[in-house]
Design a protein around this ligand. Structure first.
Ligand code: FAD
Length: 429
């Protein structure tokens, strides 16, 4: 499938990097949650030193080809660029993407493997948080095994974000780069069912990291929510992914040609649901959001793409009831500033948030969560849960956010895990 935004050619990338002013106090770096050395990699690229540019990025990020595509750059690095105000900001995301793609596609060099002598760490989940912890700890000399419930590593990157924004071969390439650091992936293994944290410690792991994200999609508890045709957007995205990979038939995708679809929500997931419904040839796509556009959580670029794909947005439309006939959806009753009205539809796609599943936590003792199921962690060692040696990070701790925020936290937790294992060694435990 064609990517929305085409990649830079070598000439375009070098030209764009040359525009960087190399500011002494780079605001772009301050705007990046993981403080990527943006001017440094721009300078390396501008001088034609592609390998060096990649090396600079990979000091801070294990997933540059992904961040280059899905980070909300307009609010982060690019939004902070000193030239942004004049509308001439450097396209940092596209440069980052170019450097990462060029490195992987051309296998520029291979990183020297660090001997795995420092200890053994199990990572549960292979989304951005798990992949970051795995990559950082492997680079520090830890033997890392990642347990993933799905058939392939990647988490939301693989089964959530659609191909037109993040092609799956890009995710697979990034995972391969992490594998090349000496990380082992064990897929089709649901922790809490196929193996437990206690068993991992019995098997000799020094620490365990939980990076299981938020797998349970939330509902709205609206009257009519049980009607046939009310679907979680995450389910549509997952089934579309499986269909496009040839793993399920078209009839398993819950949006059919000619459907009239209402999407409820205005975050990343809602925009991807609108666009995927369009891809699946829905006749009409209406997005209802209870607040005004200023409160939309999706980025402007994603919203504009959804509009371009034909989605019609209805702001300040509060869902009241899902209407139906013979057990099937016929429309959505909403409250609007003008009063109540009914929007006809035969499919309602919910995109109103998600929360953590309890499987991992309930299959062992001593890991506290808050009242919504998010794992409680501490500052020292950073990211440790209430169970000794068990750490957590990413969406399962800080609530659904962004790829780069999951990575930022995971980097700090990787350091916390390393500090914990080192301290135990010093204490002779
Ligand atoms: P996840 O990515 O959810 O990974 C968790 C992993 O744990 C999964 O692989 C899961 O299979 C595995 N797992 C769960 N339970 C178990 C178990 N018991 N045993 C073994 N494995 C288990 N963010 C952006 O920055 N930009 C975007 O454009 C963007 N778009 C998005 C679009 C969609 C549709 C969605 C759903 C999210 C989007 N996000 C986006 C948010 C971003 O993807 C998440 O914040 C991020 O993936 C969280 O990372 P994580 O590693 O904490 O969890």
């Amino acid at each position: 499938m064609q990517e929305d935004v085409p990649g830079y050619t070598v000439a375009q990338a070098v030209e764009e990097a040359r525009r960087c002013l190399n500011c002494p106090k780079p605001l772009c770096r301050a705007g990046c949650p993981i403080e990527n050395e943006i001017p440094q990699f721009n300078q390396a690229l501008a001088q034609g030193n592609f390998g060096e540019a990649y090396k600079i990025i990979s000091k801070k990020s294990n997933l540059p080809a992904i961040c280059g595509r899905v980070c909300p750059h307009e609010n982060q690095c690019e939004g902070h660029c000193v030239m942004a105000k004049a509308g001439k900001g450097i396209k940092i995301g596209r440069i980052e993407r170019f450097i990462a793609d060029f490195y992987s596609e051309n296998q520029l060099s291979s990183e020297k493997l660090v001997p795995k002598t420092k200890g053994k760490v199990a990572v549960i989940g292979s989304g951005p948080a798990g992949l970051t912890v795995a990559g950082d700890l492997a680079r520090k000399g830890y033997n890392v095994v990642v347990y993933e419930g799905e058939a392939e590593p990647g988490g939301v990157l693989l089964y959530g974000i659609p191909d037109f924004r993040l092609p799956k071969e890009v995710v697979r390439r990034e995972v391969k780069n992490i594998e090349a650091l000496g990380v082992t992936f064990i897929c089709n293994t649901m922790v809490g069912k196929d193996i437990t944290i206690d068993k991992m410690f019995e098997e000799g792991f020094d620490a365990v990291f939980i990076g299981t994200g938020t797998a349970i999609a939330k509902g709205l508890n609206l009257p009519g929510e049980k009607l046939k045709g009310v679907i979680q957007s995450s389910y549509l995205l997952r089934m579309t992914r499986l269909f496009l990979d040839g793993n399920v038939g078209r009839d398993e995708v819950p949006v059919e040609e000619g459907d009239e679809v209402i999407v409820i929500g205005a975050g990343n997931v809602a925009m991807d649901a609108c666009r995927t419904a369009n891809l699946m040839k829905a006749k009409k796509i209406t997005d209802c959001y209870r607040k005004s556009i200023e409160f939309m959580r999706a980025s402007k670029a994603e919203y504009e793409s959804a509009v371009k794909d034909g989605a019609e947005f209805k702001w300040e439309h509060v869902p009241l009831e899902i209407l139906g006939e013979d057990g099937k959806v016929t429309g959505l009753k909403v409250s609007t500033p003008e009063g109540e009205k009914v929007i006809p539809a035969n499919k309602i796609l919910l995109a109103v948030g998600s929360k953590p599943a309890a499987r991992v936590i309930t299959s062992t003792n001593g890991i506290d969560t808050d009242e919504s199921g998010y794992v409680v962690t501490q500052q020292k060692p950073y990211g440790m849960t209430t169970k000794k040696g068990v750490f957590a990070g990413g969406d399962v701790v800080h609530k659904p956010a962004t790829v780069v925020l999951a990575m930022k936290e995971a980097k700090k937790v990787a350091q916390g895990i390393s500090d914990y294992i080192e301290a135990r060694k010093l204490l002779g435990i």
